[in-house]
Design a protein around this ligand. Structure first.
Ligand code: F6P
Length: 404
C-alpha cells in the first residue's frame, strides 16, 4: 500500500540534456517548500564504488556483458538507497540517471512499486548547447588523465552507446517529456494522481533565475552623439561606468558573464571579469543590439530629416516597425528570447549571472519578467548607470532597478 505523499521522480535522457540541472531545480524548489527531498545519482554511486577507471567509453557498451552487469548493479544500489530513504522518512526521491532503455525502467518499476513514479524525459537537440555540454564534461576530473580530444571522443562514444538503447518514454504510466532549452513540455501522459504534481509541472516550464544582473553597456562615442547602432567603443565616461559597475558588484559571486559580440558590451564586462575571475565569459550573438539596417550610424535627427516616412512609421508603431534592411523589436524579441534561454541553460544552477546588453536587447529581456504589453516594450527605461536585478524562482519574483 502506498504511503500518502511519497513520490519517486525518475529522470531519463541522454547525457548533456539537462538532467542534473533539472534534478537540482526540483530538489531546491521542493526542499524550499519544506519537503524532504533527495537526489540519487547513479554516477555518484559509480564514482564512490569505483573511484578509478569507469569513465572509459567501453564501460557503457551495452554489448559488453561484464560492464553491463556492473552498471545494472550500480543502478540497483542507487534504487535501494532511494527506496530506503523514503522508508526512513523521506518524501520525494529523485533518481538522476540516463535510464534510456525500457528494460532498465522495467527493473526500476519492479523494485520501486510502493510509491508512484513520475518519469521525466529530458530532450535537448540544440547543436551549440550540445557541443558546449560536451566541452564542459571533458573538463571533469574523471577525464583529467586524457587529452581534450581523447576526452571529447570518449564522451561522444559513451553517448552513442546510450543512443543504441534509447527508447523514448511511452509505456510508463506517468510521464512527461521536457524540452530543457525552451522549458516546454512536449508530452504529458499522467494517469495517476500524486503529490506535488502541479508544483512540479509549473517548475518545468518556468525560467529559473536565481539572480540575474542585467546591465547596459556604458556610454559610447556614438551614444554621446545620439547615433544609432554600429560597433563603437566606450568613451572615457563609459569606461568609468564600467569600472564603477565592477566595483559595485565586486563581492557578488558570479557564475557567468554573458555579453553580446559588440565591442561596447565586452569592454563593459572587462573590469567585472577582472574583479570576479571565477566567472566564465561567454559571447551570445543573440544579445547583439537591434540592427537598424540603412539607419545604422545615423543620428535620430538625420533619420528624421532624410527618411521622414520611416521616422514617422517608427514613431507610429515602434514595436512592429522594421528598419529597411534591419530588424524590428518584434523580430529582435524572438532572437533575444532564444539567447536568454541559451544563457539560462548554460548557467544551469549558477546562483548569479550577469548579462551585459544593449538598450533594445535589455528591453526585450526585461519584457519577459515584467509582462509588459508589446507596444510598451520599446519604451522601457534602460539607463546606463543603473542595472536591473531579477529573481524569478517559484517562491520569489523580484525585478528591481538599482544604481552602481
Ligand atoms: O542609442 C543606443 C541604441 O543602443 C542604438 O544602437 C539602438 O538602435 C537604440 O539604442 C535602441 O533604442 P530605440 O529603439 O529607442 O531607438
Amino acid at each position: 500500500m502506498a504511503t500518502a505523499g511519497k513520490l519517486y521522480i525518475v529522470l531519463m535522457g541522454l547525457p548533456a540534456t539537462g538532467k542534473s540541472v533539472l534534478a537540482r531545480k526540483l530538489q531546491e524548489t521542493l526542499a524550499g517548500d519544506g519537503r524532504a527531498v533527495r537526489t540519487f545519482n547513479n554516477g555518484d554511486v559509480r564514482r564512490r564504488l569505483f573511484p578509478r577507471n569507469t569513465s572509459f567509453a567501453e564501460f557503457y557498451n551495452p554489448d559488453n556483458a561484464q560492464y553491463s552487469a556492473l552498471r545494472d548493479e550500480i543502478a540497483l544500489i542507487n534504487l535501494y538507497e532511494a527506496k530506503n530513504w523514503l522508508q526512513d522518512g523521506g518524501e520525494i526521491a529523485i533518481l538522476d540517471a540516463t535510464n534510456v532503455s525500457r528494460a532498465r525502467r522495467a527493473k526500476i518499476e519492479s523494485h520501486l512499486h510502493e510509491h508512484p513514479i513520475l518519469y521525466i524525459e529530458t530532450v535537448n537537440n540544440d547543436p551549440e548547447l550540445y557541443a558546449y555540454s560536451i566541452d564542459r564534461k571533458t573538463r571533469l576530473p574523471e577525464f583529467s588523465h586524457l587529452s581534450y580530444e581523447e576526452a571529447r571522443q570518449s564522451f561522444e562514444d559513451r553517448i552513442n552507446f546510450y543512443r543504441k538503447l534509447y527508447t523514448p518514454l511511452n509505456d510508463e504510466r506517468n510521464h512527461l517529456v521536457l524540452d530543457t532549452l525552451n522549458n516546454r513540455v512536449l508530452k504529458e501522459h499522467i494517469q495517476d494522481r500524486f503529490p506535488h504534481y502541479f508544483q512540479i509541472r509549473d517548475l518545468l516550464v518556468a525560467d529559473w533565475v536565481k539572480g540575474l544582473y542585467l546591465v547596459r553597456h556604458g556610454e559610447t562615442t556614438w551614444n554621446a552623439e545620439q547615433r544609432i547602432g554600429g560597433d563603437p567603443l566606450l568613451n572615457d565616461h563609459g569606461n568609468c561606468q564600467a569600472r564603477a559597475m565592477a566595483e559595485h558588484l565586486k563581492s557578488l559571486p558570479l557564475g557567468f558573464i554573458f555579453t553580446s559580440s559588440k565591442q561596447r558590451s565586452r569592454q563593459m564586462a572587462e573590469p567585472l571579469l577582472c574583479a570576479r575571475p571565477e566567472a566564465r565569459h561567454m559571447v551570445i550573438k543573440e544579445f547583439d543590439e537591434i540592427h537598424a539596417g540603412i539607419c545604422e550610424g545615423m543620428t535620430y535627427e538625420e533619420m528624421r530629416r532624410t527618411l521622414p516616412q520611416e521616422f514617422a512609421a517608427r514613431s507610429a508603431d515602434k514595436y512592429q516597425y522594421t528598419y529597411p534592411g534591419g530588424e524590428s523589436y518584434a523580430t529582435l524579441q524572438s532572437r533575444v528570447d532564444r539567447g536568454l534561454k541559451k544563457a539560462l541553460w548554460i548557467a544551469g544552477v549558477s546562483q548569479n549571472i550577469c548579462i551585459v546588453g544593449h538598450q533594445a536587447v535589455n528591453r526585450a529581456i526585461l519584457a519577459q519578467f515584467l509582462f509588459r504589453r508589446q507596444q510598451d516594450v520599446p519604451y522601457i527605461n534602460i539607463p546606463q548607470e543603473k542595472y536591473y536585478h531579477i529573481v524569478s524562482v517559484q517562491e520569489k519574483k523580484v525585478v528591481e532597478l538599482l544604481g552602481y
